[in-house]
Design a protein around this ligand. Structure first.
Ligand code: GLN
Length: 304
């Protein structure tokens, strides 16, 4: 399939909507990003790369990091992870506190903020500098040896992370956080501030299209069964409160972040990443969601 042609058509069709929506402003450093960017990349299992637009411009991966911290937590703890975090869609915003209180400090899934904080806690137990462990994990996966997190973005989020701090304290009170709350929040804000571009992110998720094995020789990241489960979680929980609608429209496992990035997986075929910073109200990239919807429509492919 000529994905380059498909991507060019998508970029052309979407021109009128790029910039519609709101750039995330609750993290002050992100508020200054132009809403007019649009980039998209497809990396196939065979290693072919197809791009359009700003596909090689780095952006803040934010909640897409939750996918990678979950993979690392699963590598460390296996099934035990599920004693501390569930795997049901939450039906609430990613930073909601109400459900967490009602459900005794056990987050619904690893892709809402409290669920990701539990995964970060697991990394804090294992690593002296957990954010560096995430960076080290991502360098070979993404093919970028200089991958790093943006200290200004991390500090800016950390200064204003009151809701995340409230969630972390609540979970600590319920006995579902082992490490010091401040240490977990520091590591969390830093791995959210990792910067990557669409090509690197599409490459970093291609193992999920390939039964958990990295096609370019990084070996088994997850076993086939866990890779299947991760894809299932992305489909049901990866785009927050909009996951049902996203599955309906796009039909691919995906994970979004408030930096405007969305990664998606076409099993047996490719990893995909789209970036456009302006968001719809659930926190997913508005143009990015539409681009993925057009991608599965134009190619006639999805998981269904
Ligand atoms: N770092 C962001 C936060 O905790 C990530 C949220 C997101 O991308 N949805 O609020």
């Amino acid at each position: 399939m000529d994905y380059t042609e498909v991507l060019q058509q998508i970029a052309h069709e979407l021109r009128p909507v790029i910039g519609q929506g709101q750039v995330a402003s609750y993290i002050p450093e992100l508020a200054s990003v132009s809403p007019h960017h649009f980039g998209m990349a497809v990396v196939t299992i065979a290693g072919d790369i197809h791009t359009v637009g700003d596909a090689r411009e780095a952006f803040s991966i934010q909640s897409i990091s939750k996918l990678f911290t979950l993979v690392m937590a699963l590598q460390l703890e296996g099934e035990k992870v599920w004693t501390r975090v569930g795997r049901e869609p939450s039906g609430t915003p990613f930073n909601s506190l109400i459900q967490l209180e009602a459900e005794n400090g056990k987050p619904r899934n690893p892709f809402i903020n409290p669920g990701a904080l539990v995964c970060t806690d697991i990394l804090c137990t294992r690593y002296a500098v957990p954010e560096n462990a995430v960076v080290e994990f991502l360098r070979p996966l993404s093919g970028n040896r200089n991958l790093h997190y943006n200290r200004a973005v991390a500090a800016s989020e950390r200064r204003t992370a009151h809701r995340n701090a409230a969630m972390a304290h609540l979970m600590k009170a319920f006995g579902n956080l082992s490490n010091d709350v401040d240490d977990v929040l520091d590591a969390y804000c830093r791995h959210c501030a990792i910067e990557m571009n669409c090509v690197e992110l599409a490459r970093a998720v291609v193992f999920l299209a390939h039964g958990g094995t990295h096609p370019e020789g990084q070996g088994d990241i997850l076993n086939t069964s866990m890779a299947k489960r991760l894809n299932a979680l992305m489909l049901t929980c990866g785009t927050y409160d909009a996951a049902g609608d996203f599955a309906f429209r796009v039909g691919l496992p995906a994970k979004s972040g408030v930096g405007g990035g969305i990664v998606a997986v076409m099993p047996g075929e490719c990893g995909i990443c789209v970036w456009s910073p302006a968001l719809e109200p659930s926190g997913n990239s508005l143009a990015g969601s539409l681009a993925l919807e057009r991608f599965t429509t134009l190619t006639g492919r999805s998981i269904f």
